[in-house]
Write a protein that binds this ligand. Structure first.
Ligand code: PSU
Ligand code: MN
Length: 310
């Protein structure tokens, strides 16, 4: 059988004629922000992909089908309806079979993008290795999916609720390239730096496009991470979030929060503790990442056309 896909007209047309498309996750709508900021932000993120020169395709599950390119009405419904489940890669089969709605994480969005024939995805924050994973074994399925889906991922790193040093180690072990775009450090969402240097820096869009195609031409059926940091004027200082994170992790332990629920719990707690500052930075990094995603996808499409043209 084939998984039924439901394309928006615009995305179907873009794929058909070979225009660049960037897939976007829907978990950030249902589990990242609150209504109505979530709906407004999802639309701004889509606009940013367009500003970068690509067509946005926000992906979700609805009525037993994978939605590729949510309409405005879809975004409004996903933003407003409470209790839509967070769906990672392993949850897709059951949720499709159940016929309900599902919000896709980075991992499941990559599955959707590959099925749809979209080689680019963008999201400000990816999952990673959790702090204390040596004991909890909590490693986001996002990292495992990077080793399976042939989709390039543009992101601003991940929030410092995670152990970003171990996250980088994991990506190295699994042969997932990590390139920092116009920056030396691996970023940490609304912080410019995680404190870790990136394995490699590249500044040129066309070189990045060639690097991605070469990675795939070498026979790697896997992802390729490109990070882009939040703009300096919108960034939050590490000191500001570090204390809030330690506090949030202690509170999660007290409340017995584990597994699937921990990521949202920690992100909400840190956002609440750094209030005001983080709300603005949150929005800014979502938008700037999407714009870079749009730009790099466009460069990648140009390069593919060049190669095909001989
Ligand atoms: N922002 C982050 N980290 C995240 C997320 C957002 O800085 O992890 C969201 C994304 O949707 C991501 C998901 O795919 O959480 C990962 O959840 P888990 O850690 O349960 O795999
Ligand atoms: Mn987990």
């Amino acid at each position: 059988m084939r998984v039924p896909l439901r394309f928006s007209d615009e995305v179907a047309d873009a794929i058909h004629v070979g225009r660049p498309v960037v897939a976007l996750e829907s978990n950030v709508i249902t589990h990242g922000l609150s209504y109505p900021e979530n709906a407004a932000t999802a639309r701004k993120v889509e606009r940013a992909v367009r500003a970068g020169g690509s067509v946005p395709a926000t992906v979700a599950i609805d009525g037993g089908r994978v939605v590729v390119g949510m309409t405005d009405a879809d975004i409004e419904r996903f933003a407003a309806v409470p209790g839509i489940p967070k769906v990672s890669s392993r949850d897709m089969g059951p949720v499709l079979a159940g016929g309900g709605m599902g919000a896709l994480t980075v991992a499941s969005s990559l599955v959707a993008a590959e099925l749809a024939g979209i080689p680019f995805f963008s999201s400000a924050g990816i999952g990673g290795v959790h702090r204390g994973a040596q004991a909890s074994m909590d490693i986001s399925a996002d990292l495992i999916q990077f080793t399976r889906s042939k989709v390039a991922v543009v992101c601003a790193g991940a929030k410092k609720i995670l152990d970003l040093g171990l996250t980088l180690e994991y990506l190295e072990t699994q042969c997932v390239p990590v390139i920092s775009y116009r920056s030396d450090d691996f970023p940490a969402f609304y912080c410019r730096s995680s404190g870790f240097r990136s394995p490699l820096r590249l500044d040129d869009d066309d070189v990045i496009a060639r690097a991605i195609e070469n990675h795939w031409a070498l026979g790697n059926h896997s992802g390729f991470l490109v990070t882009t940091p939040v703009r300096p004027e919108e960034a939050i200082g590490s000191e500001e979030v570090d204390a809030a994170i330690v506090e949030a992790i202690a509170a999660a332990e007290r409340d017995g929060v584990r597994g699937q629920a921990i990521t949202k719990y920690l992100m909400r707690a840190v956002d609440a503790a750094t209030e005001g500052r983080s709300a603005r930075a949150n929005m800014a990094v979502l938008i700037s990442t999407a714009e870079v995603g749009g730009r790099l996808a466009a460069a990648h499409t140009r390069y593919r056309a060049e190669v095909a043209g001989g």
